[in-house]
Design a protein around this ligand. Structure first.
Ligand code: ZN
Ligand code: ZN
Length: 229
């Protein structure tokens, strides 16, 4: 393929239908947002020059830091839903490239990870979907980085109802005991999911991992951070 052929759009933008080189056109991509100021701990948007949100100051989560590519709203919410429920692989490939860029920028801050663990799905969800789609999001990182992608040592043993509709106490009750983790030969790990809303699932997963394995530090990376109600 010569240089000029490569510039000719080959597909339509998933969001607006215009011809695009990727599955998202630059105009739609421009509408994606990401808050500049976020809680260092849970990535919730904050105002002013604070480091942590009120909730983390009151109850620090078990994970150490959280990173996100986008705010979960508008066009990005549509794109993530299309990826999750319509199984559109080109969107998965697009997100996987973007997550790789975010991952590289996290490494540049000096932290290093021995393994990346995708948020485990319950057996029931795994059967419905056929596979864990978070693995799709990690493809580019798996190809270009040395880090282990470990989907073996953590399992979800309880299917929970959607946590975002519950109050904090109810969420913690619902998620308690949802995961099991066996010993892993890592020190620092990064937990990954598509969307983080309340952070309760990540908190419980990190708690289970820190308690039952030799791991010392869990961080979190997501495509999009929703603002909990
Ligand atoms: Zn578009
Ligand atoms: Zn926070």
């Amino acid at each position: 393929m010569d240089f000029y052929q490569r510039l000719i759009p080959k597909q339509s933008c998933v969001l607006c239908g215009e011809l695009a080189r990727l599955c998202v056109c630059p105009e739609c991509e421009f509408k994606f947002t990401n808050h500049l100021l976020r809680c260092r701990s849970c990535a919730h948007p904050i105002v002013g020059n604070l480091d942590f949100c009120g909730q983390c100051l009151a109850h620090a989560p078990k994970f150490n830091r959280a990173y996100t590519l986008y705010d979960y709203q508008g066009e990005i919410a549509r794109l993530i839903k299309a990826f999750k429920y319509n199984n559109q692989l080109c969107i998965g490939a697009y997100f996987a490239r973007q997550l790789h860029i975010l991952y590289r920028s996290i490494l540049k801050t000096g932290v290093n990870y021995d393994a990346i663990i995708p948020m485990p799905l319950s057996r029931q969800r795994l059967i419905e979907r056929g596979y864990n789609q978070v693995l799709e999001l990690l493809r580019v990182i798996a190809k270009h980085e040395r880090v282990v992608i470990d989907a073996q040592h953590c399992q979800r043993i309880k299917a929970t109802q959607p946590l975002s509709s519950l109050k904090l106490d109810q969420r913690k009750q619902e998620i308690m005991g949802a995961f099991v983790a066996s010993a892993m030969p890592y020190k620092n790990i990064l937990l990954v999911d598509d969307v983080m809303t309340t952070g309760t699932s990540f908190g419980e997963l990190a708690k289970t991992i820190l308690r039952n394995t030799g791991i010392k530090r869990c961080d979190v990376m997501v495509l999009a951070r929703a603002e909990a109600l």
